[in-house]
Design a protein around this ligand. Structure first.
Ligand code: HEC
Ligand code: HEC
Length: 308
């Protein structure tokens, strides 16, 4: 029997088509945004001063500030963000209505941060740490949006991401989300102590410390057993240190608080790399928030540093 007449061949082709259609249908139902325009939860004017603190704690400018200039409030995007999957280029999120997000509604903004979904209903890559921001409170999102409205418009689009071929297919991120994304979930432990629980929120949701201080699996998702236990720094040749109680066992809580404003460790070492940007922001937060972060960090469970 000639190969073209092999019935099995048609059968497997049909099976593949059915699977592709099911997967397509499944994925298209996934991109349902958590917020709709006019959502009552997003009502409110937004407090600009509070929004500025959210912006600082969330480190937005470290990825979105235009490179090659020192104004961290010019959010033209375009820096090269190295990863195991290629180079991401954070987009322009300035108030430019065409090149940035100046024409966005608050619901668009909330869907990006909480659902990782664009106004056109596409999935964002988790290089944008919505995996942590997903647990941000609606009030913080509304305040952040109000503050960002006061920042300058910067014209010009960021260059495209430079990713390996299959990863250019955004729809695949839908599968990734099914496996690894827990919308609205904050992985931290809360214990009823207001300082500690404020710290849990800041560290896990807003300041996304675990996004850098944990190792990732082959799909680029954080391995829970290495959360806060350190990883290879994709930006360089160094190692992002273990900040669980294994790594910071010799630091007092006060020393962590002081470090978040000085950037100098108890051993007298001034941190560099992407942590210098983090400090640039945490040093401008109210002291009580640095204390909250330190309280939570010092209470993290012990996790052994993974072998690089
Ligand atoms: C670790 C780097 C990083 C940080 C920190 C970060 N972003 Fe992004 N952001 C990205 C990347 C990369 C993308 C592009 C994702 C994609 O193309 O799928 C992005 C996309 C976006 C978008 C979508 C823009 C568009 O044109 O569709 C918005 C809005 C956004 N970020 C806002 C923020 C805000 C607000 C903060 C702070 C709360 C923030 N980002 C922090 C890396 C970052
Ligand atoms: C963008 C990635 C990134 C984020 C986000 C980040 N860190 Fe870091 N952190 C680093 C890197 C890289 C270093 C090592 C810097 C160096 O050695 O110069 C570091 C170093 C540190 C150190 C020093 C540890 C030691 O043993 O010397 C502490 C403490 C720390 N980070 C705490 C935090 C906390 C708390 C947060 C959240 C508020 C945070 N980091 C968020 C990348 C990050």
């Amino acid at each position: 029997m000639p190969e073209s007449e092999n019935p099995m061949r048609y059968l497997s082709l049909a099976t593949a088509l059915v699977f592709a259609a099911l997967a397509g249908a499944y994925l298209s139902t996934l991109a349902v945004p958590p917020f709709v325009d006019g959502d009552q939860r997003l009502k409110g004017d937004g407090d600009i001063a509070r929004g500025r603190l959210v912006f600082l704690a969330a480190d937005c400018s470290s990825c979105h500030a235009s490179p090659g200039q020192s104004d961290r409030l010019r959010l033209g995007g375009g820096m090269a963000l190295a990863s195991a999957f290629g180079t991401f280029r954070p987009p322009n999120i300035s108030q430019d209505p065409a090149d940035g997000i100046g024409a966005w509604r608050i619901s668009d903004f909330a869907n990006a941060l909480v659902g990782g979904i664009s106004p056109a209903g596409e999935h964002y890559y988790p290089a944008f740490p919505y995996t942590s921001y997903t647990a941000m409170t609606v009030n913080d999102i509304v305040d952040l949006f109000a503050y960002m409205r006061t920042l300058p418009a910067v014209s010009g689009k960021a260059p495209r991401h430079d990713l390996s071929a299959p990863l250019r297919i955004r729809r695949l991120v839908g599968f990734w989300k099914l496996a690894f994304f827990n919308e609205r979930h904050q992985p931290g432990i809360v214990d009823g102590n207001p300082l500690h629980d404020r710290g849990a929120y800041l560290v896990e949701a807003v300041a996304h410390c675990a996004e850098c201080h944990s190792s990732r699996n082959i799909a680029g998702a954080i391995k829970p057993s290495t959360r806060f236990a350190g990883s290879i720094d994709p930006e360089g040749t160094g190692f992002v240190p273990n900040i669980s109680s294994v790594g910071l066992s010799s630091w007092s809580q006060e020393e962590v608080t002081a470090f978040l404003s000085s950037g100098v460790t108890p051993g007298g070492y001034r941190v560099g790399s992407s942590m210098a940007d983090v400090i640039e922001n945490t040093q401008k937060l109210p002291l009580v928030d640095r204390r909250a972060i330190a309280s939570y960090i010092k209470a993290l469970p012990a996790r052994q540093t993974p072998k690089p």
